[in-house]
Unconditional design. Sequence first.
Length: 77
Amino acid sequence: MSYGTSLFRLSAVASSATRWRMKVQQHHRVAITGQGLALIETLQIMRADVQVEIMEYLSPDEQADVVQGMALLAKAG
């Protein structure tokens, strides 16, 4: 699996977690504890750190693909 594919999948998981958290908070059926929120934030920071590190190894074309993929994820979210 290429770095770009790995990064895209990791970002998709992080985006899904964020959308899930927002839906849960809107429905008020399940409360996320402070510890749970801290875990989500930690995972998002880790994802961002990995994203920056992986981007350094990608070619300019691959970097452009990742940026385009992230824009699509942001638009879909």
